[in-house]
Structure formats: C-alpha cells, structure tokens
Write a protein that binds this ligand. Structure first.
Ligand code: NAP
Length: 259
C-alpha cells in the first residue's frame, strides 16, 4: 500500500526530466497518488512535459495548460479538476520566474518595476491564487506544498529579485497556513539546496554556489532532486499530519553553517 494511495492532486512546474516537479511527481506516483500536471501552454512545452513524464513511466498523462499569471487559466484548470474529481488532497507548486537579465551578481539594485512585479506575481502570488481555488476542492483536509530557496533568508549573490519573491512566497505560506488550517489544509515549503535545472542555470554564479555547498555543507555534497521528492511525500501525506506553515530544508544542512 502506498503512502498516498487514494490521494489525488496536481503537480505544477514540470518543464523537463530535471525539473524538481518531475522528481516530486515520480515520488508521489510511486506512493500511488493520482495526479494532473499543469504546465505552461504551448505545443513545445507540452511535448517536453510529456517526454519527462514518459521517462518516469507515465504514458498517458493528464496535462493541463496553465500560465499561473492568468486567472482565466487557473480557473480553467480547477474547472477541469472539478469535472474529474469530487475533491483533491494535494497541490505541489514547483514553479518560479524572473527575467534572467537581472539574476546576475551586482544587478539587484537595477531591477525595474515590471521585472520585480512579474517575478513576485508568478513566483509568489500564484501560490495564493492556486490555494484559493484548491481550498474549495479540499473539503476533507489537504496539503499544499511550494518550493523555496535559502536566498529568501540571506542575500545570495545573483539570486536577487528571486530571493525577494521567495521571501514573499514563504510569508504567503505562513498566512495561508494560518487561514486554511481551520479547513484542515496544511501549507508548507521545502527549501531545496541548488539542483541543476533550467531555472537554476539562469542564476548568475550558480556553478560557484554548487562548489561552495559541496565544500561547506555538513554533508559535504549537493542534494539529489530525488531527496526533495521523498520529503514532498512526507509533507503531502499523513506522515506530516501535524505540520503546517513550516519551511523544511533539504539542503545537505547548508543553512545551519555560520562560517
Ligand atoms: P524548472 O525545471 O525550470 O521549473 C520551473 C517551472 O516553472 C518550469 O516548469 C516553468 O515552465 C514554470 N513556470 C515559469 N513561469 C510559469 C508560469 N507563468 N506559469 C506556469 N508555469 C511557469 O526549475 P526547478 O529548479 O525545478 O524549479 C522548481 C521550483 O523549485 C521553483 O520554485 C524554483 O525556484 C525552486 N527551487 C529550485 C532550486 C534549484 O536549485 N533548482 C532550489 C530551490 C528551489 P517553463 O519551463 O515551460 O517556462
């Protein structure tokens, strides 16, 4: 019997087989969950997501085109979910966006208003927009999980406006946890150490961050995306029934080092 047997949910944010969302999908499917996969619209995107899911053994995926910056797309996703399921048990928010031109060491102070607003809209507000729609479909408890990074708490060179967006995402998580708790809905984040994905490669100086973490983290290595998948199973399942509003670090311990 799987830890998520009988559970239904959505995993947002698969772009390819390296995406953290793909590893989370693999882990939750192994635990017998049933999932839909919202992804950015477009034929090319759909092909990439389909290929990534094929790689983890999903041959006939339930794909839902969705740009999270558009309310009408989110409404369409949840309308489709309602047609298929009476209720859902979990949502994974594993997505973010910021103009990579401003993800370079030394460029935070130059961030234009529209770049800042877009980064916060897609990377942080989208969690609120998703949670407000998911709430109506979670009458019997639920778990919402988002992905964050240490650059929310500390100034990491090059992470820049994305660090500000992640700080907002983490604050949104706490406020959502506070309000949705009375409906039995838990909301948490995983703060992952650096992993080689499309998004990570957009951050200037990322190779130096990988090298530094491998040298300085207590485990003396970078993490594997599969380790995030396993922690996601914990946070989405009854194993973490009493846990909400928390940020769980999966970073080989890097965040505790005060060197
Ligand atoms: P990824 O594979 O590039 O995933 C990011 C996803 O966000 C992509 O699927 C992307 O779609 C999607 N996205 C961007 N804008 C969107 C929009 N408007 N609507 C819907 N989807 C949108 O990178 P990842 O590293 O797995 O990132 C997943 C999450 O983990 C992000 O929140 C990231 O900040 C976080 N995280 C990553 C690391 C790391 O080191 N990799 C560490 C800590 C936290 P397209 O590719 O189709 O544009």
């Amino acid at each position: 019997m799987g830890l998520l047997e009988g559970c239904k949910g959505l995993v947002f944010g698969i772009a390819n087989d390296r995406s953290i969302a793909c590893h989370i999908a693999q882990a939750v499917l192994q635990e017998k969950a049933v999932c839909g996969f919202p992804h950015l619209p477009g034929e090319k995107n759909e092909r990439r997501v389909r290929k990534a899911l094929e790689g983890i053994g999903v041959t006939d995926p339930w794909l839902l085109p969705c740009d999270v910056s558009k309310d009408e797309d989110l409404d369409a996703v949840f309308a489709s979910v309602r047609e298929r399921f009476d209720a859902i048990d979990f949502v994974v928010h594993s997505l973010a966006f910021a103009d990579r031109a401003y993800l370079k060491p030394g460029r935070f102070a130059e961030t234009p208003r529209e770049v800042f607003a877009q980064a916060l809209d897609i990377s942080a507000y989208s969690l609120v927009a998703i949670a407000q729609r998911a709430k109506a479909m979670m009458p019997r408890n639920g778990s919402i999980l988002a992905m964050t990074y240490f650059g929310a708490e500390k100034a990491v060179p090059g992470y820049n406006v994305m660090g500000v967006a992640k700080a907002a995402l983490e604050a949104c998580t706490r406020y959502l946890a506070l309000e949705l708790g009375e409906s039995g809905i838990r909301v948490n984040t995983i703060s992952a150490g650096p992993i080689k994905t499309l998004s990570a490669m957009a951050v200037g100086g990322i190779d130096e961050i990988f090298e530094w973490v491998a040298k300085k983290a207590p485990l003396r290595r970078n993490i594997h995306a599969g380790e995030v998948g396993k922690t996601a199973v914990y946070l989405l399942s009854d194993l973490s029934g009493g846990v909400t509003g928390q940020n769980v670090f999966v970073d080989a311990g890097y965040n505790i080092v005060g060197l």
